[in-house]
Design a binder for this molecule. Structure first.
Ligand SMILES: C[S@@+](CC[C@H](N)C(=O)[O-])C[C@H]1O[C@@H](n2cnc3c(N)ncnc32)[C@H](O)[C@@H]1O
Length: 302
């Protein structure tokens, strides 16, 4: 019965046209996403494809190099050591992968793995996308950057930049195709990746199970990678959110209403593990995202 109701409401929403949301300024949290009509519990609001994504470094050969889908059984033939789940994914990755294949990434990978870094892989992919013409160098500029307080953090980023730049230089890339690749560009991109990256956890359930579930927590596997999106990056945080972001079989994100939402109400997702206590949540939000949370749950001390 519940499933039927959810399917009907989703079908009705789809028939109504564009997603029922708009991006606007909030009073105290920068831009945010607002409902343009009443939204019932469980409705899928919209989906989103990533601007840039990358598999977890430890799963490079276990998930699709393009869409992060988990390898099933033996999978398809890999290309350059990487796995692609379909010809469409191989074709989609062709531009950046062809650029990437021209260079020796061992120093870059050693640098990242010895320091446990994952975000430089996203910058590397974006750089390859820009060189191949698949992305503009300024495509992340619209996203909010993280505020950098520590000089040491900048030094660390500059060190990463040098490793990336010298990999392209050693591979013989012409200066004119990498002119965008400056220290400023690297820091600019990385500060945006730092607060707008989603850790992708694929839901180990069927689409129907998900439709019938109104719970915020749905069981999932460990993270298969990281991705940055446009629209999902405008959602602000709440420790008791009215909206949830989920991934089913690949990196394409789906946003879903967790309860009835009124027209004009702000849609918020939870950036962190909701099961933590208020002090742990405040610490992580301050350190990782640079804000103090004043949501009703935090104000009540829960
Ligand atoms: C992913 S962005 C969300 C969109 C952002 N407001 C914008 O204008 O692009 C995350 C940033 O939004 C702000 N933010 C998100 N949730 C907030 C909240 N509950 N209270 C205050 N600021 C918040 C913080 O500056 C945070 O670093």
């Amino acid at each position: 019965m519940l499933l039927r109701r959810c399917l009907l409401s989703t079908a009705a929403a789809a028939a109504r046209g564009p997603p029922p949301i708009r991006v606007d300024l909030t009073e105290s949290a920068g831009r945010g996403v607002f409902a343009t009509r009443p939204i019932p519990t469980g409705e899928f609001l919209h989906s989103a494809q990533p601007l840039v994504c990358h598999p977890s470094p430890s799963l490079l050969h276990e998930v699709c190099y393009s869409c992060l889908r988990r390898k099933a059984g033996a999978g398809r033939a890999s290309s350059g050591g990487y796995y692609f789940c379909s010809d469409a994914c191989r074709e989609h990755a062709k531009g950046f992968h062809d650029v990437e294949k021209n260079a020796d990434w061992s120093s870059f990978e050693d640098h990242c793995s010895s320091r446990g870094l994952k975000y430089p892989y996203m910058v590397k992919r974006l750089a390859c996308m820009v060189i191949s013409g698949a992305a503009n160098a300024d495509c992340l500029n619209i996203l909010q950057p993280a505020r950098l307080h520590q000089g040491t953090l900048i030094e660390v980023m500059e060190e990463e930049f040098e490793v990336l730049k010298s990999t392209f230089r050693k591979a013989g890339f012409q200066e004119e195709v990498t002119t965008f690749l400056t220290k400023e560009w690297y820091v600019n991109v990385l500060t945006r990746i730092r607060i707008n990256t989603f850790r992708i956890e694929l839901v180990a359930k069927s689409y129907e199970d998900l439709l019938s579930s109104a719970a915020a927590s749905v069981s999932c596997d460990a993270s298969v990678g990281n991705a940055v999106y446009m629209l999902p990056s405008f959602y602000n945080h709440d420790c008791d959110p009215n909206t949830h972001i989920v991934w089913l079989e690949n990196v394409d994100a789906k946003l879903k209403a967790l309860r009835d939402i009124e027209e004009g109400e702000e849609l918020r997702i939870c950036y962190i593990d909701t099961s933590m206590d208020v002090n742990a949540r405040q610490r992580i939000l301050a350190d990782g995202f640079g804000f103090e949370c004043h949501c009703l749950r935090c104000l009540s001390g829960d």
